[in-house]
Design a protein around this ligand. Structure first.
Ligand code: MGD
Ligand code: MGD
Ligand code: MO
Length: 741
């Protein structure tokens, strides 16, 4: 008997359907069993009827009740009584206060900041704690529009890749997740499916049962690469070169789909000319993949039918990440694989939801100051400095043509920071700059949280927020085409409140009389659903969502978005040549943009640092997600933290030997931005020259109260102001030998 059946027959239990709120492509439909009498949740599982969830949750969200009822869950508003900040096992000190006092104090402080420094001195900071429309950028956006706060460019995760993909294809549409089951060759490119996109795997397995081959292109032999047919080890940040060489072979050997190219693409002649210089030998020298293997892969890719690429964000967290994505996105059109079910490429399915109208939800008409500056969230460290030059740097500039005009208004320093759904002290680049900013005594910081995170340690006020079990929301997805409704299963734990309610109360405390700050959460969501007029939402009625908990977008089934062109680009075609890119200051043709940090010209390469280690060579550091964490959101769950054991640095035996480092040694990892202490794991599952630190550990759970974002710079990728988490150069040295027994 399934758990659903078990509980459905139990009169003492009710079953509530909801949706996982976390930042993951899978956006699972979940079900929660709640004791009617006590109102306590007693079990949670994946919804068996959902075509993607198929009854399974990941190992993290399986522990959602443990997280929700965790002893350290925040249950009352808190006011700081000690110094700002924390450290290893040192936490900020706070006293409980009432909501009334907290809201009155915060309103008074915000009003004073606005009065003295102007509305732009207030900065919201949020990302993906929940991806819900309402508890994410819903009521919060109404509030910050009304206040006229500085705007935040949400660039930390996927922006560079998105921009690159959009230049080529016009929308983040692609292969349907279910359709991977039909592929005969699957390239998993810069993604660790078994860790970060688990529910795709069942479709890949189905394809393998029918003989499909799976190739993982990754600097690390991840769980996914181990399970794949082949691991193709690639140097980080060099994927563009690989794609160019693949196209060199495909066009050179006349393996492209001439008819598809002719009908549905622009710029083939220029592309052919461009890739002529990209011989496999040239790409081999850059990527580290042997030329023969590149040649064979190109032939295999072009001649196997259908063939699908699953690309994700790993390969775009680099200085040239946008261009790499733009280049790879040309491949399926070149071989015409969009024609076939099980062909194409998927970066994200979020494009299916792109026409969901959120104006009623976010109320841009309320914006008091439409010209307010936009801060790039990756540069929070700069934004929180008091140096005008650094504040200017933190302004969002997504393209080269947006370079700072001289005399640009930089606006006031940030004097009030309101953090929700994010943990920037742990997750944002250049951790020491972020922490230094957060430590400013003249900065007023409010953090809405479930737990006292590294960021909350710096807050003046911490406001307890509800989890998904305790709140309403609606979710799009970026790994499938279902819209989901989340219903609260339990009453708020302690005095916690949904983000929407906190902003509603803050609006009230600030005297905002607009009717939109009175609307109830459920009403807002129903109105949002009912306001949609585009045909793809015709199936997503409020009734269907209440009944099933999810609804498939009204897209054709099967869904082959570009089988007959229909690219929403300026030309209406797949753009091998992009005029828009030229106008935006880019090379209009696919090209390779090298990581600009490893070039040996930066000031990071200072002699004093080099003299500290026997082998002064720097290594490229990547820090993709640990299996048992979701960014920092599950770091508090002991059982999951226990699975990850401790913050480690994986390194290749050759790199370890060159530094006289042995497995288990404590190592110092540093560059000019900062340093962090980790435990070395020597492994052949990594390309030489690259080290890997699984993330994201809480700083306060780390040996020296710091984590790997110490060594990640704030500089933007080539497109979209995206982050460069995996484009860091570091030095590594042992600080202590492991004790042998
Ligand atoms: N368990 C778990 N799941 C998660 C998350 C988590 O923290 N934990 N985070 C969620 C979030 S916020 C996101 S954005 C998604 C991310 O989803 P993905 O982008 O699929 O992230 P990963 O699964 O880490 O896969 C990235 C892979 O890229 C590799 N990589 C790094 N640099 C390069 C490169 O230059 N080229 C190539 N080819 N590969 C490279 C890394 O080694 C890693 O294996 O996952 C989500 N799901
Ligand atoms: N070194 C390194 N750094 C990275 C990455 C990496 O791969 N390597 N990945 C990057 C990526 S892809 C991303 S997306 C970012 C993610 O960065 P963040 O968005 O900061 O993600 P989390 O660290 O998980 O923090 C989310 C916080 O929101 C809280 N939260 C969850 N739900 C709610 C809610 O309903 N209400 C409120 N008020 N709070 C809630 C959680 O408790 C958690 O503390 O990190 C980035 N940082
Ligand atoms: Mo992300």
């Amino acid at each position: 008997m399934s758990r659903h059946e078990l509980y459905a027959n139990d009169p003492a239990v009710s079953v509530i359907t909801g949706a996982c709120p976390h930042d993951c492509p899978d956006t699972c439909s979940w079900q929660v069993a709640v004791k009617r009498e006590s109102g306590a949740a007693i079990d949670i599982w994946g919804n068996a009827s959902h075509p993607i969830t198929q009854g399974k949750l990941c190992g993290k969200v399986d522990r959602y009740l443990e997280r929700t009822y965790h002893a350290e869950r925040l249950t009352t508003p808190l006011r700081r009584v000690g110094p700002k900040g924390g450290g290893r096992n040192v936490r900020g000190q706070f006293e409980p206060i009432s909501w009334e006092t907290a809201l009155a104090d915060i309103a008074a402080r915000l009003s004073a900041v606005v009065e003295e420094w102007g509305n732009q001195a207030v900065l919201p900071y949020s990302y993906s704690g929940t991806l819900g429309y309402l508890q994410g950028e819903g009521m919060a956006v109404r509030f910050f529009n009304r206040l006229g706060a500085s705007k935040l460019a949400r660039t930390i995760c996927s922006e560079a890749g998105f921009e690159g993909y959009l230049y080529t294809l016009g929308a983040t549409l692609g292969t349907a997740t279910e359709d991977y089951a039909h592929a005969k060759l699957i390239l998993i490119w810069g993604s660790n499916t078994l860790t970060s996109n688990l529910h795709l795997w069942q479709f890949i397995q189905a394809a393998r049962k029918k003989g499909a081959r799976v190739v993982a292109i990754d600097p690390a032999r991840t769980r996914t690469a181990k399970a794949a047919y082949e691991w193709l080890p690639i140097r980080p940040g060099t994927d563009g070169a690989l794609a160019l060489a693949l196209m060199h072979v495909i066009i050179g050997e006349n393996l492209h789909d001439a008819e598809y190219v002719e009908k549905y693409t622009v710029g083939f002649a220029q592309l052919a000319e461009r890739v002529q210089e990209w011989t496999p030998e040239r790409a081999a020298a850059i990527t580290g993949i042997p030329a023969e293997r590149i040649r064979a892969l190109a032939v295999e890719y072009a001649t196997t039918r259908p063939t699908a690429i699953r690309i994700n964000y790993g390969m775009q967290r680099h200085a040239g990440g946008g261009m790499a994505m733009r280049t790879i996105a040309c491949l399926p059109a070149l071989i015409g694989s969009w024609r076939e079910q099980g062909g194409g490429i998927q970066l994200s399915t979020s494009g299916g939801f792109r026409r969901l109208d959120v104006t009623g939800l976010q109320r841009p008409d309320l914006r008091r100051d439409p010209a307010a500056r936009t801060i790039n969230m990756n540069r929070l460290g700069d934004a929180l400095s008091l140096d005008p030059a650094r504040i200017a740097l933190s302004h969002y500039r997504p393209r080269p043509i947006d370079a700072t005009p001289t005399g640009e208004q930089i606006g006031p320093p940030v004097k009030a920071l309101i953090v929700y759904n994010a943990n920037p002290a742990a997750a944002t680049p250049d951790q020491s700059a972020v922490m230094a900013g957060l430590a400013r005594e003249d900065l007023f910081t409010v953090v809405m949280e479930h737990f006292q995170t590294d960021t909350a340690d710096y807050a003046d006020y911490i406001l307890p927020a509800t989890t998904q079990l305790e709140q309403w929301d609606i979710h799009q997805a970026y790994g499938h085409n279902f819209l989901s409704l989340n219903r609260p299963a339990i009453a708020p734990v302690g005095e916690s409140l949904p983000n929407a309610e906190i902003f509603r109360r803050l609006a009230h405390a600030l005297g905002y009389a607009d009717a939109c700050f009175l609307e109830e959460d459920e009403t807002i969501l129903r109105t949002l659903v009912q306001a949609q007029t585009q045909p793809e939402f015709a199936t997503c009625t409020w009734e269907a969502l209440l009944r099933d908990g999810y609804a498939r977008l009204n897209l054709p089934d099967p869904y082959l978005p570009f089988a007959q062109g229909n690219y929403p680009t300026p030309s209406g075609k797949c753009e091998f040549y992009s005029q828009r890119m030229a106008a935006d200051g880019y090379d209009p043709l696919p090209t390779y943009v090298a990581g600009d940090w490893g070039s040996g010209t930066g000031d990071w390469e200072d002699a004093s640092a080099q003299s500290l280690i026997p082998n002064p060579q720097s290594l490229t550091c990547i820090s993709p997600p640990a299996h048992s964490f979701l960014n920092t959101s599950f770091g508090v769950v002991d059982r999951l933290r226990g699975r990850e054991k401790e913050p480690v640095l994986q390194m290749h035996p050759a790199d370890a030997a060159a530094r006289q480092i042995a497995d288990g040694d404590t190592v110092r990892v540093w560059n000019e931005l900062g340093e962090v202490t980790l435990t070395a794991r020597v492994t052949e599952d990594l390309v030489p020259g690259t080290v890997l630190a699984p993330g994201i550990w809480w700083a306060s759970h780390s040996p020296d109260g710091r984590n790997i974002n110490q060594i990640v710079r704030q500089d933007e990728a080539d497109m979209g102001g995206g982050a460069c988490f995996y484009d860091a150069q570091v030095f590594v040295a042992a600080v202590q030998q492991a004790v042998e027994d």
